[in-house]
Design a protein around this ligand. Structure first.
Ligand SMILES: Nc1nc2c(ncn2[C@@H]2O[C@H](COP(=O)(O)OP(=O)(O)OP(=O)(O)O)[C@@H](O)[C@H]2O)c(=O)[nH]1
Ligand SMILES: [Mg+2]
Length: 209
């Protein structure tokens, strides 16, 4: 059994990634991605999501309508082996005590961590989130999310981001096992949306199976 923790700064897309993964399982699309196989949702818990009337004005990052207070959670099972795995997505607003408690709890119980970053914001502020996480494995995975917000196919920027992320974690003696470039939402008008949505499902399967 694998416990995955999706960790990252406010609004990088952790909850969206979790929701998208559930959609892949429920619709059966999970069988059609690279390394795909039949998996079944055992349990979902998105009760940690709070509605923000009028959007998240406090953070002024975007007009999103919900934010994570308590960690969201999905349990799924591989049909062939019958193995069950859990994915946890705590909130990113570490300045709130209850949210921070969720981050600390998940960082301690997760056997595998995915550090999630967003392409639409500078990395330095996103790194600050990880300075506060004390319990961390020596090997982690990285998801670079919201790839649709990059200038069209800006490979150079992506490579630069990977380098900065690598050197940030290297200083903390943490190795990155793999990078995944993802899109956590269906973005109308973004022609590669299917491919980068698939990367979310492929990432979770690669780590768990
Ligand atoms: N353009 C774009 N928007 C995205 C993507 N993934 C998520 N979003 C949007 O980003 C906003 C934040 O998404 P969430 O999934 O709530 O982010 P989060 O990291 O769970 O946020 P907290 O738990 O509050 O820290 C929402 O408005 C999403 O619709 C993506 O790949 N591309
Ligand atoms: Mg969230």
């Amino acid at each position: 059994m694998v416990n995955i923790g999706l960790l990252g700064d406010i609004s990088v897309g952790k909850t969206s990634i979790l929701r998208l993964f559930v959609k892949y399982l429920n619709k059966g699309d999970i069988e059609n991605v690279e390394g795909g196989k039949k998996c079944t949702v055992v349990k979902t818990d998105f009760s940690g999501e709070a509605t923000l009337p009028g959007g998240d004005k406090e953070n002024k990052l975007n007009e999103k309508e919900t934010k994570t207070i308590h960690p969201n959670r999905v349990v799924f099972r591989e049909d062939d082996t019958n193995k069950a795995h859990t994915i946890f997505a705590p909130g990113g607003d570490r300045k709130r005590a209850v949210v921070k408690m969720g981050i600390i709890t998940i960082s301690r119980i997760a056997t595998h961590i995915i550090a999630v970053f967003s392409c639409d914001r500078d990395l330095d502020t996103q790194f600050q989130f990880f300075n506060d996480v004390r319990f961390f494995p020596y090997k982690i995975y990285v998801a670079i999310n919201k790839v649709d917000l990059l200038e069209r196919d800006d490979q150079e920027k992506l490579e630069k981001m990977k380098k900065s992320i690598e050197s940030f974690f290297e200083k903390r003696k943490i190795n990155i096992m793999d990078y995944f470039i993802t899109c956590g939402e269906r973005i109308e008008g973004f022609e590669d949306t299917d491919m980068y949505n698939n990367h979310v499902a492929e990432m979770i399967l690669k780590i768990t199976t």
